[in-house]
Design a protein around this ligand. Structure first.
Ligand code: SER
Length: 589
């Protein structure tokens, strides 16, 4: 069974049990600035797990694109990936352990035909925060899993969430597939990472909310949150030894082999396959390489691909061939990759080109350090050298570490971190100076542009559709700039309608009000916007008459009437699937 069929089967199965399908959200979480990426299917559902009612009801299912960087060093083994897809089903205060476990069991054994003798499960052993989960263990037993394949583990292994610092979480029961490999030792069990047991599904019983002071309080409702890893399940069903042997990656690996010939190395091939796919998916969701946040992770991924190509003596220009192959074998699952193929590949090549110039020089510099270390009779590369490679040659410290490890050396990360911190503090002081100089303060003009941005946002959604949501905004004294999701050029007629709608609202002289409320309430009230505070915190909601309601830090005008006439100056592509508008407020004297 191919991955795409498995995905379809999953959704159909849960629809049969009255779940409603919801779309996959962006890799960039829209409501939680405390995490960089969507790391699980539950992420976009946090307000609903906390108690806000979901418009589609209490039973939901979907497949969700996810990206996790905590496993980045494990990429290269059989089952770890940075970008992966998670199929999930949720009960928002509806069914709980019994039904959830039974549905998972039925799907695995009846729909997918997995032999129950190959399944082991784990449950929570209990602690001061929550009791031992004998309920789940009994349900598993009733389904035919013998006691010796039901393991009790502690919070570290059998508790999931919250995804950020606070939020919904709870004990889980995890389902493992026995790959048939021999036990690595007498104590080998599902908590062992030798590769015998592969976790494929996690059913979390989210009945707690972790608060800022670290306590677990009962939630208003008992939820279920499950996640079944698509790539791993595909591998199991196809009887493959690694995810890289499935149709999702095999052509990329083959291409690396063809290009590297006798220089091929398994680890590098897998890293290239995983990271290229992850980079393309990030680019598709609007991330661009930079030195901060999501952009920095993307940069690291692309730089690592580049270095591993070089390690296998593959011409770096061939990154384009690898990316094309990646899109070829991913496009059925992610049609947008095909639609944006040329642009995505162009961006990837641009970043590689930027790095190429420094890669060669950096490697030379690094080799000098190795010689120096040898002459000093040490196997440690000092922190100031790691910092120099970072600062002057653009080598992420993790990459220097990897280079060092390959040669049997380590790096002094502590000293690097110290130097890095000092460097950051210096830049921050610079930024504070600028702030003092008045650059960041809010004049009447910028305030008017803030309010106009809300009108524009709403008008775009009216004219283009609800998908036209904000991706970014930048305001100066002179103009506003607004980025939003839209797959194609906005036509002149559409732009005219947007402009007219905004001007109409200005003429209506609507009153702007501000209220503080919890994020859940804001969402329930239909507020849109980028969510600047994390879950549980109070947010400001600005309402403009009967026209718009948005979560925003402000500041805003009191009324719309006096802001001038709104004029769109330019509409252009910002990145794949994202458009950019520049607009002015003109006052006729
Ligand atoms: N949130 C849980 C996980 O990521 C179940 O989907 O494992």
């Amino acid at each position: 069974m191919k991955a795409i069929e498995l995905r379809r089967k999953y959704i159909e199965f849960f629809k049969k049990y009255n779940h409603k399908e919801i779309p996959s959200a962006s890799l960039i979480p829209e409501n939680d600035p405390t995490v960089l990426f969507t790391t699980a299917g539950m992420h976009p559902l946090v307000p609903f797990l906390l108690g806000t009612s979901h418009p589609l009801g209490k039973r939901l299912t979907n497949y969700q694109k996810c990206l996790r960087t905590d496993d980045i060093d494990e990429v290269g083994d059989a089952g770890h990936l940075t970008f992966f897809e998670m199929m999930g089903n949720w009960s928002l205060g509806d069914y709980f352990k019994d039904e959830s476990i039974k549905m998972s069991y039925e799907f695995l054994t009846k729909e997918l035909g997995i032999d129950i003798r190959k399944i082991s499960v784990t449950v929570f052993e209990g602690d001061n925060d929550a009791p031992r989960d004998e309920t789940s263990a009994k349900i598993w037993e009733s389904l035919g899993i013998p006691k010796e394949r039901i393991y009790y583990f502690n919070k570290k292994a059998n508790w999931w969430g919250p995804a950020g610092q606070t939020g919904p979480c709870g004990p889980d029961t995890e389902i493992f597939f026995d790959t048939g490999k021999p036990k690595c030792s007498e104590n080998c069990d599902p908590s062992c990472d030798c590769g015998k047991y592969l976790e494929i599904w996690n059913n979390v019983f989210m009945e707690y909310n972790k608060t800022e002071d670290g306590n677990y309080e009962p939630l208003k409702q008992k939820n279920v949150d499950t996640g079944l890893g698509l790539e791993r399940a595909t591998m199991v069903l196809q009887g493959k030894e690694t995810v890289f042997d499935t149709e999702l990656f095999a052509p990329i690996i083959q291409k690396c082999k063809d290009l590297a010939r006798e220089n091929y190395n398994i680890q590098s091939g897998r890293i290239i396959a995983d990271h290229t796919r992850a980079s393309l998916m990030l680019l598709l969701d609007g991330v661009r390489p930079s030195n901060v946040e999501q952009g920095y992770i993307l940069r690291r991924l692309i730089r690592r691909v580049t270095r591993h190509l070089r390690k296998m003596n593959i011409n770096l220009e061939d990154i384009g061939i690898i990316a094309n192959t990646t899109i070829d074998c991913s496009k059925e699952m992610y049609p947008d990759l095909e639609k944006n193929r040329d642009e995505l590949i162009k961006l990837l090549i641009q970043e590689k080109d930027k790095f190429i110039i420094t890669l060669e020089n950096g490697e030379k510099e690094f080799n000098k350090y190795l010689k120096h270390a040898d002459s000093e009779n040490t196997k440690v590369i000092s922190g100031d050298k790691v910092f120099k490679l970072y600062d002057t040659f653009g080598f992420p410290p993790e990459m220097t570490e990897e280079l060092a490890q390959e040669q049997g050396y380590t790096i002094d990360m502590d000293t690097f971190n110290k130097l890095y911190k000092e460097h950051q503090e210096k830049s921050r002081e610079g930024a504070t100076q600028k702030f003092k100089g008045g650059i960041a303060d809010h004049s009447e003009k910028t305030t008017a542009y803030h309010t106009a941005t809300h009108l524009l946002h709403k008008a775009l959604q009216i004219v283009l559709g609800e998908h036209a949501t904000q991706c970014g905004s930048n305001i100066t004294e002179e103009r506003l700039r607004f980025d939003f999701k839209h797959p194609q050029k906005v036509t002149p007629e559409e732009l005219q309608r947007v402009e007219d709608i905004v001007n109409e609202q200005i003429k209506r002289d609507l009153v702007v009000t501000c209220e503080e409320m919890s994020l859940a309430e804001a969402k329930a009230n239909g507020a849109t916007g980028l969510f600047e505070n994390k879950y549980g915190d109070f947010v400001k909601v600005y309402t403009i008459g009967d026209f718009s309601k948005e979560i925003c830090g402000g500041p805003h005008l009191d009324r719309t009437g006096d802001m001038g006439t709104f004029k769109i100056k330019k509409e252009e592509a910002s990145s794949a699937g994202v458009r950019r508008i520049k607009a002015l407020l003109v006052k006729e004297e």
